[in-house]
Every structure is written in C-alpha cells, then in structure tokens.
Write a protein that binds this ligand. Structure first.
Ligand code: FES
Ligand code: FES
Length: 152
C-alpha cells in the first residue's frame, strides 16, 4: 500500500488491521507520534489526516486515504511552527511524553478555528491526557499561538 507521511511517499506491505501508529514507528522509523494506550484513549499518537486530528493507534494504515502529518513536519528548518514556539515560550512540557500528540491536536484545532474560545479549546483538547497535569499551560500556549496564527 502507499502512504504519504509528512510529504514523503512510502510503499509498505501491511496486514489489513495494522494500526497506522505501528506502521509509522515500527516499519518506517517515524517516531514523532508516541504510543501511550494503544486504544484511542490518550491522544499521544495524534496525527493530522486531511485537516483532522486522528488517533493513529486506532486507524488501520490500510484505511488511510489522505496525507498524514506528524509533529516531525511542523518546523521549517530552524523555524518552529507557531504552536511549537508557543509551547516553548510557555514552557509547557514536563516529562514530555504526551506533548507531540497535544501539539498536533492543537494544530488541528487552530487550523480549523484560528480563534477558539476557552470552551472550544477545552472541548477540542479533552481527549488528550497528560499525567503531568500540564493542562493550564497547554491552554495558555494555544491562546498564544492563536494570537500568532490568527492575528487576534
Ligand atoms: S496511543 Fe493512541 S490514543 Fe493512546
Ligand atoms: S508532560 Fe508528562 S504526560 Fe504530559
């Protein structure tokens, strides 16, 4: 089957039910998306497919039809994506394990809604868990990135 991930084409042989996360990490050495629960419950594996945040542990690679974007595609050379920069500015990460998924979920949110309300942020991010409790800083970083991306 063919996949396009972060702008690069790949051709791999996969079992029909192999999750996209497994294909990326174990077959293609794309390690940006993390394995957390493997059951669609934590968000650590979040990627963007056709503009939507998707749990890559919960979709079969064989079912992917759109281009996959991972956190590895966000920065342009030395220049961080505004969401990544806001994460740095707000010093969001603690252990960091959940953060790739948090950032990809936030990017999907802001690309679809550049100026979300606090309620919309809370709703969009509710499925991304952080055992370190970085939620207030995540919210602050999304607000900051929103100013950058939407000019508000
Ligand atoms: S690893 Fe995919 S949602 Fe937890
Ligand atoms: S920063 Fe540790 S799990 Fe989120």
């Amino acid at each position: 089957m063919n996949l396009i991930i972060d702008g690069k084409p790949y051709t791999i042989e996969v079992e029909p039910d192999m999750p996209l996360l497994w294909a990326m990490r174990d077959m293609l050495n794309i390690k940006g998306p993390k394995f957390g629960c493997g059951a669609g419950l934590c968000g650590a594996c979040t990627v963007i497919i056709d503009g939507a945040a998707v749990r890559s542990c919960s979709i079969a690679a064989a079912d992917v039809t759109g281009e996959v974007r991972t956190i590895l595609s966000l920065a342009e050379g030395e220049r961080l994506h505004p969401v990544q920069q806001a994460w740095m500015d707000e010093q969001v990460a603690q252990c960091g394990y959940c953060q790739a998924g948090q950032i990809m979920n936030a990017v999907a949110l802001l690309e679809g809604n550049p100026n979300p309300s606090d309620e919309e942020i809370a709703e969009a991010m509710a499925g991304n868990l952080c055992r370190c409790g970085t939620y207030p800083k995540i919210k602050a970083a999304i607000r900051k990135a929103s100013v950058e991306m939407a000019g508000v």
